[in-house]
Design a protein around this ligand. Structure first.
Ligand code: ATP
Length: 340
């Protein structure tokens, strides 16, 4: 039952496997006792085919109003002139912090034990600022410009420290390539060191990105909270997802001062769309992060606990994680555990 206190959330089911995993997630949320109002909107290819616009004004207006969105994966139309809808949404709402937690799950086959990392990626600057063009005659060369600002660096590093404090984490590792990119990455590192000094209760270190990649593979359990710039964050977050068995269990939150958007880290998985075999866990876990954001922590806990039980058993775990279940079988199990 809804009442005046019930939060309204913009729902974008998305493309490819999006509608299947969104349906599964709505069922799981209901079973976990999360009462929400949904304002359903479209984006991506569905919006292109319906109204020839991958990011309709109505969708933007809905998020401006609700300030919270749950989003399935979106495909970017192919060809020149189309920007990634995901990037456009992040930039429009200035969702500067991309928070991607990864942790080992009991029963899920993977190479490591005890991984528990929160990766905090700056989401609006760096090479993703969209400053790219051809130079020289006949498209013989091209350049992409990475923008790093003091303002952007400060707010993302502060976000990482605040999160570390809130979550009872011990260490923040700032990842960069300041030995080569002395200006842009040097600025990020300098600002990071200043911010770190304000948090004496949290240990701080910095690490070059290539060394980080190696250490993450050798000893991922040594990492706690990682904060980094946009491109390194993009790459390292997929690496981190690989540490725990793949993209199937990797949720992401995109947070700004005025809006928050929760999504799975994986894409639209067109190779398995419509087959009823997609793993909805990542979107369900993103929904749990959303419940925490909405101060519905009790339902978030129930939902996470139910997912943990369903992925621990290979009869109810989906096939991408070495199990035997399809989307419905897994979701049925999550709902049963969440209700119980
Ligand atoms: P996009 O172009 O949207 O990024 P993609 O196929 O290039 O799509 P992903 O969607 O991330 O990238 O998929 C990578 C691989 O992981 C694919 O083989 C896909 O089937 C698989 N995959 C991704 N998400 C899931 C999921 N939720 N359940 C099962 N398999 C998945």
């Amino acid at each position: 039952m809804t009442n005046a206190q019930t939060p309204t959330v913009t729902l974008i089911r998305g493309d490819g496997i999006g509608p299947e995993i969104a349906d599964a997630t709505l069922r799981a949320l209901e079973a976990a006792g999360a009462t929400l109002r949904w304002d359903e909107q479209i984006a991506g290819m569905e919006a292109v085919s319906r109204i020839r616009d991958p990011l309709p004004a109505e969708t933007i207006a809905s998020i401006e109003k609700t300030r919270v969105a749950l989003k399935g994966p979106l495909a970017t139309p192919k060809g020149e002139g189309f920007r990634s809808v995901n990037v456009a949404l992040r930039q429009h709402f200035d969702l500067f912090a991309n928070v991607r937690p990864v942790a080992t799950w009991q029963g899920v086959p993977c190479r490591y034990k005890d991984v528990d990392i929160i990766l905090v990626r700056e989401n609006t600057e760096d090479i993703y600022a969209g400053i790219e063009h051809y130079v020289g005659p006949g498209r013989s060369a091209a350049e992409s410009i990475a923008i790093i600002t003091k303002y952007g660096s400060e707010r993302i590093v502060r976000h990482a420290f605040e999160l570390a404090r809130r979550e009872g984490r011990k260490t923040v590792t700032l990842v960069h390539k300041a030995n080569i990119l002395k200006y842009s990455n040097g600025l990020f590192l300098d600002v990071g060191k200043h911010v770190a000094a304000e948090y004496p209760d949290i240990a701080f270190n910095d690490m070059i990105v290539d060394a980080t990649a190696m250490k993450l593979v050798l000893a991922p359990e040594k990492f706690d909270v990682i904060v980094t710039m946009n491109l390194f964050g993009d790459i390292l977050s997929d690496l981190c997802a690989g540490l725990i068995g793949g993209l199937g269990l990797a949720p992401g939150a995109n947070l700004g001062a005025n809006a928050a958007l929760f999504e799975a880290v994986h894409g639209t998985a067109p190779d398995i769309a419509g087959q009823g075999i997609a793993n909805p866990s990542a979107l369900m876990l993103a929904a749990a992060m959303m419940l925490d954001h909405l101060r519905m922590g009790e339902s978030a806990k129930r939902l996470r606990g139910a997912i943990a039980r369903a992925v621990a058993d290979d009869r109810t775990r989906t096939r991408d994680l070495g199990g035997k279940a399809d989307t419905k079988g897994f979701t049925d199990a999550v709902c049963e555990y969440a209700k119980g």
